[in-house]
Design a protein. Structure first.
Lengths: 113, 107
């Protein structure tokens, strides 16, 4: 257990439905990152926060994706109108500063039918 | 071409063998991360290094900044080392990951 938790661990949804994932980072960590990993590939960066500010978003993050970290603690990632191509493992990580080790959560595996 | 390339993609070894996984990168980085991912998805950070060499137990990571190359070595490999090993470069942008090396150690 790295201290980073994600919920739910698995989510199966039908195409067109909205889904929301939650990440609880290590409490004193300012930085929070979201990644997506498809089968056989390494993780890909989606977005990151410093405290409550969303500092960067990948081009992978289409308009259907939105992430928040309202109080600088937990974060949510919402996908609207899910598509089969959204099926992937969604990983969250946190770190104390930009240059520190990132601690990863167990991931949320999304399957869109 | 991916900015971070790993080789080999797959590796099968007998228990006790010395293992080397290689990582080359084309981006400018300030640090190179080695990560371990077990079935089920959980990722654990093994090393973060910006120069030279680091050792933790049977694991050794080296980096050559000039050649933009890093290696992860496992001595006296064991079946519990079976996992996917991922390298990732960190610069002024968020982590850029390689595709991973799937290691299977057979007893």
């Amino acid at each position: 257990d790295t201290g980073v938790s994600q919920n739910p661990r698995h989510k199966i949804t039908k195409r067109g439905q909205n889904v929301t994932f939650r990440c609880d980072p290590i409490s004193e960590h300012n930085r929070l990152y979201w990644y997506r990993q498809t089968l056989g590939q390494g993780p890909e960066f989606l977005t990151y926060f410093q405290n409550e500010a969303q500092l960067e978003k990948s081009r992978l993050l289409s308009d259907r994706f939105s992430a928040e970290r309202p109080k600088g603690s937990f974060s949510t990632l919402e996908i609207q109108r899910t598509e089969q191509g959204d099926s992937a493992m969604y990983l969250c990580a946190s770190s104390l500063t930009w240059t520190d080790t990132q601690y990863f959560g167990p991931g949320t595996r999304l399957t869109v039918l | 071409k991916n900015e971070v390339e790993q080789s080999p993609q797959n590796l099968t070894a007998q228990e006790g063998e010395f293992i080397t996984i290689n990582c080359s990168y084309s981006v400018g980085i300030s640090a190179l991360h080695w990560l371990q991912q077990h079935p089920g998805g959980g990722i654990v950070s093994l090393f973060m290094l910006s120069s030279g060499k680091k050792k933790h137990g049977r694991l050794i990571a080296t980096i050559n900044i000039q050649e933009k190359h890093s290696s992860l070595h496992i001595t006296a490999s064991h079946p519990r080392d079976s996992a996917v090993y991922i390298c990732a470069g960190q610069g002024n942008t968020p982590l850029v990951f390689g595709k991973g090396t799937r290691l299977s150690v057979i007893a």
